[in-house]
Ligand binder design. Structure first.
Ligand code: 0A1
Ligand code: ZN
Length: 877
């Protein structure tokens, strides 16, 4: 346990800051072992705040204070107090200038918050509260200051010196040193501060904004990665153009710098004018990156760029408002990617992820609202709920308002709040202002945790030619919120006739022309009935089209109806959804003991999907991908780990055998004929081709493993190579081992590809996975201080249900060891890994006992971080 019980920070306790900082000048003498930071802060009392005891308390952690002066007067020990977390000045005037000089040690910083070293490069990470590890400051987002920065370092070791804003000059100094100065004209919170110093090479380009500003674009990387920046640069330019077209947002500085670093806790960071990226989120070449990597890079580049408006120009008042920037920005990047590729396929991928991660979070002890009420460690709240569910809330608002009003609302939001630190209420207020709608009920989505369930039933009255749809909403309790209120839910739906055509949807009392197609109903009550008239035949409802709200729908479809929807629904998302429902139903029945009773219609539907020449290959691949094991487990009251695995494998085998001819043809038809292309079409074909190969292997086809070997050895591109490698490794035996060894020899020099080599072994299906993973901990390329490596090996293992949940508890014990090893090094990563243990209530009593015991022993550890403490304590509560 931490030595003192960690404090709970509450939204209800928010108070405006007592002091404001108008400007800050920072001067760094940079070196890996010891960096000096001199800060000059221009402070004044905040007229909008209540007067406290007159003292000024600045945040600061792990700083060695060397000098302090107020309005030019050096202060002595009676004037202030320093503790582990702060510097307090007992008496200060209403307006003054404070100078401090501190010393920090980047080479000892393994937590990767504040200033740290990554492969010899100095870089920073300040969100959420890393700036206080660099200098004493009011490290909270509602204190926005103008920053000017001077960086001084050895020229040979750190030839490139970058910070936020625009460059204002460089200078050579004595003793082989040099200096660069940067000025950021936009006031910003400290979490957006960044600097980088290193021996970096760049790829450069230009962008001309709609109003004619010329922007220099640079992607900075270690020299050997220069050839892997083209995709990110194209993505950046596309994102800049898209934000101008879709949101009227232009870039506002002369330069946009992106730096790739190899040690990073997350994907990337939107620091003003100086984004710092996990190398994995920037670098991409056909040989080294898969199609998924290409898509991810494009999405993250766009996400960080979009933050320049949704996050930087308009920022968060406090960290409870995190989704104000994250939810909205995820929605923006999702829409960008939808416009770049296939909208329908993108929606499926996003919903898959929402269900796998956010619905699971909602169903466990860490459930929290999109705007949480309290936290111990804010780093634990960069969650699927804040990000992905937050994006769904922005999407619902966009649906409810329609495109024109939504654009007017975002224009208003950006102009009304430019340069301010605001709340999710302010965001919704802009939606209300332009639409004249009352969205007070909608706001419950921000404060109420849990996944709402819609129970829907329909009745057809042939005499009246009327269809009645009854919708009941219910949100199950979550920790701290036993009772839930009714939400305002946009429900998009269609009614299909017997030929699969959309009917016109006329509600009773409506007149005028109504076109056939999708209609948006608004659910507000616990129970609501909709009466459709002029319905000539019993219709089949297609519900929650496009997944118009983050809810679960229950409707009693027959198998035949699901097959019909799968074949005919005009909504691509719901065709996929019907397929998922159907396979989920078969698999859960199989797990429950019914065995493999698969209706002929299921195979037929699969065959039809596979041979549908009009459908996009990417969509076909999604339709034929069975729900994954964790998601299936989430649908059970008690997760049957092994039975789920066997049923899923079994269904793949049967589908593969039944449709072997089609899978074989699909494999051939979708081969890349020319050079690799990262286009959506080519990616879709590769996805389908590799899915076909997977089914051929599952079917035990004699030549399937030979095809894998050929594909692996052809080394055509990483997508194909890794797909083949995974199948070979999962199949076990000498062929898998040989391929792993060959892959290692080929890629030992490339850290990001080596991560894949670790991950494939940790996610292997066969026996002996834990032993292999334990062995890999001792591999010279494994390092607990590199988050990407830890995620590849340890997080991949924890996501591999059968070995992680082994009934002897060996997987759980392994995780406990890793968490205790990592926590002193990097608490954020330790706490994230630990989340794999918190959903113990969903397993049998034997496993429950094992998982709890590990949580308890972690909680009992000495000097546990706040991060890990919060997860373990809530996990046991
Ligand atoms: N704001 C970033 C995510 C991020 C958050 C925390 C970090 O370090 C603790 C790093 C990045 C984003 O949304 O991309
Ligand atoms: Zn973000």
């Amino acid at each position: 346990m931490p030595s003192t019980a960690p404090t709970l920070i509450r939204l209800a306790d928010y108070r405006p800051p007592e002091f404001l900082i108008d400007a800050v000048a920072l001067s760094f003498r940079l070196a890996g072992a010891e960096t000096q930071v001199a800060a000059t802060l221009e402070l004044r009392r905040n007229p909008a705040a209540m007067r406290g005891d007159g003292a000024l308390r600045l945040d600061g952690e792990g700083l060695e204070l060397e000098w302090i002066a107020l309005d030019g007067q050096h202060l002595t020990a009676q004037d202030y107090a320093v503790d582990d977390e702060s510097l307090t000045l007992f008496q200060v005037p209403d307006q003054f200038c404070l100078e401090t000089r501190v010393c920090v040690h980047p080479d000892q910083n393994t937590a990767l918050e504040g200033l740290y070293l990554s492969n010899g490069m100095l870089c920073t990470q300040c969100e959420a509260q890393g700036f206080r590890r660099i200098t004493y400051f009011l490290d909270r987002p509602d204190v926005m200051a103008r920053f000017s920065v001077s960086l001084e370092a050895d020229r040979a070791q750190y030839p490139v010196l970058l910070a936020n804003g625009n460059p204002v000059g460089t200078e050579d100094l004595a003793d082989g040193r040099h200096r660069a100065c940067w000025d950021d004209p936009f006031p910003k919170p400290s979490y957006l501060f960044a600097l980088v110093a290193g021996d970096l090479s760049r790829v450069s380009d230009r962008f001309r904004t709609a109003s004619g500003r010329k922007v220099a674009l640079n992607i900075w990387v270690e020299p050997e990665n220069l050839d892997q920046c083209g995709h990110a640069m194209r993505a950046l330019k596309n994102a800049m153009g898209w934000d101008e077209d879709r949101y009227g947002r232009e870039y506002d500085l002369d330069v946009y710098n992106i730096v790739a670093v190899s040690h990073f806790n997350m994907g990337a960071m939107e620091n003003k004018g100086l984004n710092i990226f996990n190398a994995k989120a920037v670098l991409a070449s056909p040989d080294t990156a898969t199609d998924q990597d290409f898509q991810w890079v494009e999405g993250v580049i766009a996400h960080e760029y979009f933050h320049n408006w949704s996050g930087n120009r308009v920022t968060c008042r406090d960290w409870f408002q995190l989704s104000l920037k994250e939810g909205f920005t995820v929605f923006r990047d999702q829409e960008f990617s939808a416009d770049r590729g296939s909208r329908g396929v993108k929606r499926i991928a996003d919903v898959r992820m929402l269900r796998a991660r956010q619905f699971a979070e909602d169903a466990g002890p860490l459930a929290h609202p999109v705007r949480p009420e309290s936290y111990i460690e804010i780093n634990n709240f960069y969650t699927a709920t804040v990000y992905e569910k937050g994006a769904e809330l922005a999407r619902m608002l966009a649906h409810l308002l329609g495109p024109d009003l939504f654009r007017r609302a975002t224009d208003l939001y950006f102009s009304r709040h430019d340069g301010q630190a605001v709340t999710t209420d302010d965001f919704v207020a802009c939606m209300e202002a332009v639409s004249g709608r009352d969205l007070s009920q909608f706001k419950r989505w921000y404060s109420q945790a849990g996944t709402p369930e819609l129970e829907i039933a329909g009745t057809y009255d042939p005499a009246a030619q009327a269809y009645e749809l009854r919708v009941r909403q219910h949100t199950p309790p979550t920790p701290g919120q036993p009772h839930k209120e009714a939400l305002h839910i946009p429900l998009a739906l269609g009614l299909l006739d017997h030929q699969g055509r959309d009917l016109p949807l006329r509600l009773v009392g409506e007149t005028g022309v109504i076109r056939a197609g999708t209609r948006l109903l608004e659910i507000r009550e616990p129970e609501q009935v909709f009466h459709f008239i002029d319905i000539p035949e019993p219709p089949l409802p297609s519900l929650l089209r496009g997944f118009s709200a983050p809810v679960k729908v229950r409707f009693d479809y027959s198998e035949a109806e699901l097959l019909f929807l799968m074949a005919y629904d005009s909504d691509g998302f719901n065709r996929w959804e019907a397929a998922q429902n159907l396979s989920q139903r078969l698999l859960l029945a199989w797990v429950a003991g019914a065995g493999p009773s698969i209706p002929a219609g299921f195979y037929e539907a699969g065959r039809r999907a596979l041979t549908d020449t009009r459908a996009e290959p990417a969509l076909i691949a999604e339709i034929l991908t069975l729900p994954n094991e964790s998601y299936l487990g989430d649908q059970m009251t008690q997760v049957a780990v092994e039975a789920i695995h066997q049923a899923r494998e079994g269904l793949m085998t049967r589908l593969g055998q039944e449709l072997s001819g089609e899978f074989r043809a699909g494999y051939e038809l979708n081969q890349d004929r020319g050079p690799y292309e990262p286009s959506p079409e080519a990616m879709g074909r590769r996805a389908l081709k590799n899915l076909c190969l997977g089914y051929l292997v599952a079917a035990g086809e004699a030549e399937a493993l030979g095809l894998c070997r050929d594909q692996f050895e052809a080394r055509h591109n990483m997508t194909d190579q890794i797909a083949a490698l995974r199948l070979l490794v999962d199949a076990g035996g000498a062929a898998g081992e040989e391929a792993l060894a060959a892959f290692y020899d080929q890629w030992a020099g490339d850290a990001l590809v080596l991560d894949k080599w670790f991950a494939i072994q940790a996610s292997a299906k066969g026996p002996g996975t834990l032993e292999r993973v334990r062995g890999l901990l001792g591999h010279p390329a494994y390092s607990p201080t590199n988050p990407n490596r830890v995620r590849s090996l340890v997080a991949s293992f924890c996501a591999n249900p059968v070995p992680f949940h082994a009934a002897d508890g060996s997987g759980y014990a392994f995780l406990r060891e890793r968490v205790l090893e990592l926590d002193p090094l990097n608490p954020q990563i330790a706490a994230r890994l630990l989340q794999s243990l918190v959903r113990w209530r969903r397993y049998d009593t034997h496993r429950q006992g094992l998982m709890r015991a590990e949580l308890e022993s972690i909680l009992a550890a000495e000097k546990l971080s706040k991060d890990a403490y919060e997860v373990a304590a809530k996990g046991l509560a």
